[in-house]
Ligand binder design. Structure first.
Ligand SMILES: N[C@@H](CCC(=O)N[C@@H](CS)C(=O)NCC(=O)O)C(=O)O
Length: 362
């Protein structure tokens, strides 16, 4: 017995030494000691999306099939909305032009497959960041562009004041959404009965609601305001006060391309930081001579913030100059002067009573 025991001990000792030396299973870039002060370099793990987008000369952006304020086409098929502007900002940062975007309308059910398969480079379609989506779909959420929550819209003539009075209601929803899951949780938890009437697009849901196929339409509250504008007579519907969920909406990319993930994440952060720093589409040129170091870093007049992303240092200046800062984007698409008439609320900057907070560009 002695021989095999000695051999086993020797093998274990060798393995322990091997592991301690850090020689096993470490990716190449981890083996090399990081130099103390390196020149600006983009993230190592590139899945090739940046190169592919540059080669195509156009950003493929997945959007909704039509949701006013967030992503909707006009009669000449020109897309606009808050989600559309996130893509336009990324195109400006990467390709130098906010117009170099191809929009692909997607239903809720189709959206993740389109991103996974590479049909689109970015999904910017009122999509809620959840644990399951972030961990099991091979996707990464690049931040939050709008903090939302699920609400209910009912026909005014029902005379209902609270969602708790909705037991027995027929509820219009869309397949493949968090809406569907939250609705089930909420009604079950509150011992309410309901019948769901499931559609693929928001247009179908609105038609279902208008034609009386359901008593209630539920979705992210921002979308209820958007959908209400689509009703023949918007005064015939009322949005109830309850918010039953957290729906942080934001752009999504594929996992495995850290460089592209960083580009989308930091473009969104740049738009939010620009609002905080008072940089907007109108003053971006004059702000380039600002002495404020934070402004200089955003606009690329100091430091190599663009280079670290694999872009030109004018990446953020292009995005802000062509699309505007977060406040301009919000107000133009969903704000008080639009049919949606949404107040900043929780989407105000953290310094103005909201929770919109971007990490610093430094
Ligand atoms: N934020 C929720 C809901 C997203 C969703 O798809 N909502 C519908 C209801 S308004 C919608 O946007 N439809 C637009 C379309 O049909 O293209 C999610 O990520 O699951």
């Amino acid at each position: 017995m002695k021989g095999p025991v000695v051999i086993v001990i020797a093998v274990i000792a060798a393995l322990v030494g091997y592991f301690a030396a850090g020689a096993i299973n470490k990716p190449a870039e981890m083996k090399a000691a990081a130099p103390a002060a390196k020149k600006a370099e983009p993230a190592k793990a590139s899945g090739g999306t940046l190169a592919a987008v540059k080669a195509k000369g156009v950003l493929s952006c997945g959007v909704s099939t039509g949701l006013p304020g967030f992503s909707a086409p006009d009669k000449s098929n020109k897309w606009s909305g808050l989600d559309v502007d996130v893509c336009r900002a990324v195109a400006a940062a990467v390709l130098g032009s906010a117009d170099k975007v191809k929009f692909t309308p997607l239903t809720a059910k189709e959206r993740f497959t389109a991103l996974q398969s590479g049909e689109i480079d970015i999904l910017s379609r009122n999509t809620t960041w959840t644990h399951t989506r972030d961990t099991s779909l091979g996707l990464n959420f690049a931040g939050v562009s709008y903090y939302d929550g699920q609400g209910f819209m009912v026909s005014t003539k029902l005379g209902v004041k609270s969602a708790k009075e909705l037991s027995g209601a027929a509820v219009c929803i869309q397949a493949g959404t968090t809406t569907e899951l939250n609705l089930a949780d909420y009604f079950r938890f509150n011992n309410l009965k309901y019948k769901s009437v499931v559609f693929d697009t928001s247009d179908q849901s609105v038609k279902g609601f208008e034609s009386g196929r359901c008593d209630v339409l539920t979705s992210d509250q921002s979308q209820l305001y958007a959908l209400r504008t689509k009703l023949a007579d918007p005064t015939k519907a009322v949005v109830l006060p309850e918010i039953i969920s957290k729906e942080p909406l934001g752009p999504v990319v594929r996992q495995g391309d850290d460089q592209w993930f960083n580009i989308v994440k930091w473009t969104l952060n740049a738009l939010i930081n620009a609002e905080e720093l008072g940089i907007n589409a109108g003053n971006v040129a004059s702000m380039k001579s600002s002495k404020n170091p934070s402004v200089q870093r955003v606009l690329g007049t100091a430091s190599d913030m663009g280079k670290k992303l694999g872009l030109g240092n004018d990446w953020a200046a292009n995005a802000i100059g062509q699309v505007g800062n977060y406040s301009e984007i919000f107000e133009r698409n969903v704000g008080k002067g639009t049919p949606l008439n949404i107040a900043r609320g929780v989407n105000a900057l953290w310094s103005k009573g909201g929770i919109m907070y971007a990490p610093p560009i430094r």
